[in-house]
Design a binder for this molecule. Structure first.
Ligand SMILES: Cc1ncc(COP(=O)(O)O)c(C=O)c1O
Length: 383
């Protein structure tokens, strides 16, 4: 169900103008003949796929990339007509649906081609080359020969592109990245010599496209950095382009109380006040993706950091306040308040994970409020 409104005091803000800003920064660095796939898989890394896809296309991305056919179909149902690529595995029997909706799919297995059903419409294929990621893709020219022969046999199939994915493009040490580039270029030379048609190529993710723009092929696949986050601490330090974070996360104090020394809080009664303390309750918990490991993490009230105390519950958690605040005071869990900020990277660091995981974790229960230069343009409550 999608509603225009929501009735809880926790929400994520998605500043769409920052999507456009981040794409423009990248575009200025890329060669003019390199296009952009906006990577909007996983509900646009938790930001909202339809809204982000529309904005990215407006801002200069030419195409969309997702992981699953279901994600691509959702974009088509929303009326998006731009070229879409499914980068992951699609079942051969579902190729009919992909073709019907003009969605390009990824191919890397001979058996896949052999088990394709009859297609009424043309199907665009992108052949995946595993140059070192070790996930999906062909690894040799023998496999390429067999796939090319299989493609030739189906008149409805068109080899639109070949692509690969880098495992270490976000690291200072570029040895392995360069090895992957070399393998790709060798396979590309083989393809050129053995296939009559022009075939597009795309290799770079955010890290490669920002760091080595001159090495990019016909397209890049721009994911994490479109959302204003650097792919790794190394790239953040190098800062090849300026980025503006797109997502912030907010809540409000829904209960404020003074507790006495020795009073305990939350499940397990593990937190005990040492003296009189002001405690605020906010309506966000692990069912929203604000997981229990975030106990102790500091969030912002009144432009100051305040720690989460006691165990995080399913729908609520408590914070220790430096003084009494009125009910309804805004709490910023990710984003800026006054001169202070909590960055998604801070949450990732606290959780000992990567920033990619943080917006992906935020649950459907959290409404997404879309902004353009600070002005609300839409609210999506997908609960
Ligand atoms: C095949 C592929 N291409 C591109 C991307 C985008 O990468 P990034 O978010 O680092 O830009 C991903 C994301 O994981 C991916 O799996």
């Amino acid at each position: 169900m999608s509603a225009e409104n929501y009735y809880r005091d926790t929400w994520a803000e998605v500043e769409l103008s920052h999507i456009a800003f981040n794409i423009k920064q990248l575009k200025q660095r890329l060669r003019p003949d390199t296009g952009i796939y906006a990577v909007v898989k996983a509900n646009a890394y938790g930001h909202g796929d339809i809204q982000v896809a529309k904005k990215a296309l407006d801002a200069g991305a030419e195409r969309l990339a997702v992981a699953l056919l279901d994600e691509a179909l959702k974009l088509r149902e929303a009326g998006l007509t731009a070229p879409i690529l499914v980068m992951g595995w699609t079942r051969p029997e579902d190729a009919v649906i992909a073709a019907e909706h003009d969605i390009a799919v990824t191919v890397f297995q001979e058996e896949w081609l052999e088990s394709l059903p009859d297609l009424k419409k043309p199907l665009r294929l992108h052949m995946k080359w595993d140059t070192g990621m070790g996930r999906i893709g062909i690894r040799s020219t023998d496999e390429m020969d067999r796939l090319l022969a299989g493609i030739k046999q189906h008149e409805k199939l068109k080899l639109e592109a070949v692509f690969t994915h880098f495992a270490t493009a976000d690291e200072n040490d570029t040895f392995y990245y360069n090895e992957q580039v070399k393998r790709f270029d060798q396979m590309a030379a083989y393809l050129k010599a053995n296939w009559p048609d022009e075939v597009e190529m795309h290799t770079g993710n955010s890290a490669a496209s920002m760091r080595f723009p001159e090495q990019m092929k016909h397209f890049v696949r721009f994911g994490i950095s479109m959302y204003g986050l650097y792919p790794s601490p190394d790239v953040k330090e190098e800062q090849p382009i300026d980025l503006k974070p797109v997502l912030s996360l907010h809540s409000r104090l829904v209960h404020v109380k003074k507790v006495n020394p020795g009073d305990s809080l939350s499940y397990g009664a593990t937190y005990q006040a040492k003296k009189e303390e002001w405690i605020g309750t906010i309506p966000i918990g692990y069912a929203d993706g604000w997981i229990r490991k975030l106990q102790g993490f500091e969030v912002l009230v009144d432009g100051k950091k305040h720690p989460i105390v006691g165990r995080i519950c399913m729908d609520q958690c408590m914070i220790k306040l430096d003084k009494e605040y009125s009910l309804g005071s805004q709490v910023t869990l990710i984003g800026k308040q006054g001169n202070e900020k909590v960055h998604t990277d801070d949450v990732a660091g606290y959780l000992e994970t990567i920033n990619y995981e943080v917006p992906c974790m935020l649950g459907r229960r959290i409404p997404r409020m879309y902004l353009e230069n600070g002005h609300k343009v839409e609210v999506e409550n997908s609960l």
